[in-house]
Design a protein around this ligand. Sequence first.
Ligand code: DGL
Length: 287
Amino acid sequence: MVFSSLPIGIFDSGVGGLTVYRALHDRLPNEHFIYLGDTARVPYGTKSLGTVERYAIENSEFLVSRGIKMLVVACNTASALALPKIRERIGIDVVGVIGPGGRKAVEITKGEPHARIGVIATEATVSSNAYFEAIRRASASAEVFQAGCPLFVPLAEEGWTEEPETYSIAAKYLSKMKEFSPHALVLGCTHYPILRDVIQQTVGENVKLVDSGEATAEEVETLLNEKGLANPNANTGKRQLCDDLDHFYVTDAADRFGRVAERFLGTKPSKLEAIEVYGVDELKGKK
Ligand code: DGL
């Protein structure tokens, strides 16, 4: 098989990365994807650096063992904490979501003389300052304010996208953000695009929301073209989300993953398997 016709690997701590999968799928209809959701060990957003690095490396090595041409780290927490370690360990291109999300926020606030950029994310992503640094690399002057919104993760998974409780939690989490009055707000966690409407209404219609998954899909497209890695075999017929060209793996609770996937994407993976990612070295010979 030619290298460029291999699938793109995506991993997340669980189901949230499906928002990044959807963005990639929409933008790159000729590509195939292998998705790994580490549902046995989710959440990552409350865990320490060493633990997230270890999980991220195990997930990456599992995906590499399945045969992929590029790795997308869909999980913001893993992107924030573990990207350098992953890059050290695996020999293919690795794209995280933080750089693209940060760069997009700078790009869309370019017209503002004193751009203010807000970031909402998990506790671990916020305390890593990874978004702050990504924004700083793209703009020396943008002012950045970050807020952790941990309860958004279970609310999105429950499908509470319109409930009054979700609006009141959003109002509480985002009150300082509103005072900061950002021009752009980065949705720095896989689950937050599911709560996009609540977040938009809470911060105000004039704030531009940045979906890091969409920004990442744009950069993946550019990278595939630059490196000559775009799939040379166009998919015939209409590509559907979760059709059998894409393969989904979870480390636990496949049924729940399928149910939440349906909530997030309106459809369930047709190929979904529960696996273990520990000791993946043994798998390498069996590919
Ligand atoms: N996927 C995680 C992220 O984007 C959110 C869920 C978790 O805490 O693991 O940061």
